[in-house]
Design a binder for this molecule. Sequence first.
Ligand SMILES: [Zn+2]
Length: 212
Amino acid sequence: MTVNDHRLDEVALAANGAVNGNHHRRIDHGAVERAAADLLRALGADVDAEALEETPRRVADAYAELLTPQPFRATTFPNDEGYDELIVARAIPFHSLCMHHLLPFHGVAHIGYLPGERIIGLSKLGRVVEYFSRDLQIQERLTTQVAGWLQDELEPKGVGVVLEAEHLCMSLRGVQKLGAKTVTSALRGVVRDDARTRQEFLALTTRTSHDQ
Ligand SMILES: [Zn+2]
């Protein structure tokens, strides 16, 4: 059995190239701390108060973690059994950071693909989502990146990605609909073009959260 090992950071760079140069991002920790202190001051906080003493550093630590993808090996295997049905991983939890407000959005990802020559370990699907989540994101782009990566790496007959997420920038302000979900999808290949496969994928992934 041959196994293809890819370090996802290299693969992602190849896949996204200049479009998504932020995976090269270097975080200037000291500058983030200074900026966080400035933000607190601008918000009228007393940054010299003992309770806020460590806050700029904590803020910098938190953003560094949220924006640093963890490389992993995306191991794929030959589809020796010729498996020819949808493989679906439902309700993979994820969180990301909205690039418009620097507030989190979080929810679940449903990922399915109809394999071609190769298959990927199910646990790796979550790692792919997490990898692209550690970024300043919008949900549509995250959805497309996950689908694009699977398409490029696995060359399956079809891929479907559905993300359901609550955006704190929406639910904590403005219309304040706590719990309201934004749903995005990216369908490729037969999951997009074949009506029966598309229906099957959507039936498996777009049940309401009461069914989960
Ligand atoms: Zn936002």
